[in-house]
Design a protein around this ligand. Structure first.
Ligand SMILES: Nc1ncnc2c1ncn2[C@@H]1O[C@H](COP(=O)(O)OP(=O)(O)OP(=O)(O)O)[C@@H](O)[C@H]1O
Ligand SMILES: [Mg+2]
Length: 487
């Protein structure tokens, strides 16, 4: 008892009655946090001297096996549970020094907590659930609370359900409402213990997107999760095992320092911004004066970009030629000249190769399809030998029998053309996006060529006619007697 009093007293004196002045940027700071539970079986250590610093704007995923101490860790920060030893500092507050009532008041204003099982009050409507934290903390005047609650519901796309009871909405919707409730007093930090644990993967993804959105708008989020896919999308993933942080995976963030090897020397860079690109791989924008110093190129430019008024091939080539002559006259060696028209030509060549390749594929597929159709029609003729015999018996001429088989073959061909066009539409749209991203880092303009599709239809009709010709001929040669012999 004396020791506990002494510990608390000492902590208080260091932190000036719950207030703590931190000289750094850290928003959440756990210092050598220990949590032990006493039980009949003895003492159980759930957290062993955990140190964790989280900066504002981070999105941290906490992962680890069941029983490893994830919830205990989150509960330390939320003040839901108290550390046996160590310090828990959040913003300007030394959480471990506050008493229960002070913690509750502080939590209401500074933290939003989201639970796995949503924990909405079942007798209150959705909008009333969200107004509740505002009623408790008096952060917003009472006449503004409902409007704010509605605004938050709009943010989580639940405004249409504002006056329903929680039991009348789905799990994913309840979690959205719970997130809106956690945002009620506009806290800088959100803590969530397996918020997607009780949701199907699609709903979980939409809840996660909501979190990503909040981080983009400046919130700091710590989230316990079992979903490995989600941990790839956060700024940092920490792994807890046996009450300790055993691994930490960080995505580069603004302000981070990177060590890169340039010119066989290790050089230090600071991340000043992140560029989101799709598929074109990592790309780095750097400070040129620093870069020039690193590569011993100060005061020199390795390339010059000139914008001309006209962009046609002749005009740009002329300017390029004139510049090259000029540079050579003043004693500068030009190693390469690129013009926008030249670049366009290069890209066109790449596209022509792609189109050529796809055309060869299409022709091969058409030939294979034609052979397949010939086989199908032959089997068709064999299967329907009795039917052919009957129409022959009732007076169908050779030509009529042939015509029936060929028309059928062409119809099948046309059907396959239609199915092909329907599949090709979305696939080619997707392909033009992907190829565009790969080559130009931009989606290509997509156009559907009606004449191309009609030309293809013509080819299909021709191929189908040719493919049906042999089966049609053998059908027309069948005699009624032969047909009866089959039976
Ligand atoms: N009140 C308590 N009394 C005794 N032991 C406890 C108490 N709370 C938690 N523990 C123990 O502490 C350990 C860590 O528990 P915690 O709830 O943090 O695990 P977790 O990583 O969140 O697990 P899960 O993924 O299953 O939620 C567990 O072994 C648990 O049994
Ligand atoms: Mg847990």
């Amino acid at each position: 008892m004396f020791r506990r009093w002494f510990q608390r007293h000492r902590a208080k004196s260091e932190t000036n009655n719950g207030h703590y002045r931190h000289g750094n940027q850290t928003l959440i700071d756990l210092r050598r946090v220990v949590k032990t539970y006493e039980s009949a079986a003895g003492t159980f250590t759930a957290l062993t001297e955990v140190d964790l610093q989280v900066d504002p704007g981070e999105f941290v995923a906490v992962v680890g096996k069941s029983g490893s101490g994830k919830s205990t860790l989150i509960n330390m920060i939320a003040g839901i549970d108290r550390p046996t030893a160590g310090e828990v500092l959040v913003g300007d507050t030394a959480v471990h020094t506050l008493n229960e009532g002070q913690i509750a008041k502080w939590r209401g204003r500074h933290l939003g907590v989201v639970f796995q099982f949503f924990q909405l009050l079942p007798t209150l409507t959705v909008v009333e659930n969200i107004m509740l934290p505002m009623d408790f903390c008096h952060m917003y005047p009472s006449d503004e609370r409902e409007e704010r609650a509605m605004h938050l519901l709009e943010q989580v796309e639940m405004a249409d359900h504002a006056h329903k009871l929680p039991t009348a909405i789905s799990g994913g919707q309840q979690q959205r409402v719970a997130i809106a409730r956690a945002l009620a007093n506009d806290p800088p930090v959100l803590l969530a213990d397996e918020p997607t644990g009780n949701l199907d993967s699609q709903t979980a993804d939409s809840v996660f997107q909501l979190f990503e959105n909040l981080v983009e708008h400046g919130k700091t989020i710590l989230m316990v999760t079992h979903d490995q896919d989600l941990t790839k999308r956060v700024t940092r993933a920490i792994t807890v095992a046996d009450g300790q942080i055993v691994d930490e995976q960080r995505r580069d963030a603004v302000g981070d320092e990177l060590l890169l090897e340039l010119d066989k020397r290790e050089t230090k860079w600071q991340v000043v911004g992140l560029v989101r690109t799709t598929m074109s791989g990592p790309r780095m924008y750097v400070n040129y004066p620093y870069f020039a110093r690193v590569i011993h190129n100060v005061g020199q430019a390795s390339s010059v970009q000139i914008v001309t008024e006209r962009h046609d091939f002749a005009a740009t080539a002329e300017v390029a030629k004139a510049l090259e002559t000029h540079f050579e006259q003043i004693g500068l060696k030009v190693s390469a000249i690129e013009t926008i028209a030249g670049e366009r030509e290069r890209i066109e060549t790449v596209f022509n190769i792609i189109v050529g390749f796809l055309s060869i594929m299409a022709i091969l597929l058409a030939v294979v399809g034609g052979l397949g159709l010939m086989g199908t029609m032959s089997i068709n003729v064999l299967e329907r030998i009795r039917e052919i015999g009957v129409i022959r018996a009732i007076g169908a001429s050779d030509g009529a029998v042939q015509q029936i088989v060929i028309v059928e073959g062409v119809l099948i061909g046309c059907l396959s053309w239609l199915v092909g066009v329907l599949i090709a539409l979305p696939v080619s749209m997707l392909l033009s996006n992907v190829v565009g991203e790969l080559i130009l880092q931009d989606a290509l303009t997509y156009t559907f060529s009606v004449s191309g599709a009609l030309l293809w239809l013509g080819i299909v009709v021709l191929l189908a006619t040719l493919a049906s010709f042999l089966p049609a001929r053998s059908a027309s040669r069948l005699t009624v007697r032969e047909v009866l012999a089959y039976e």
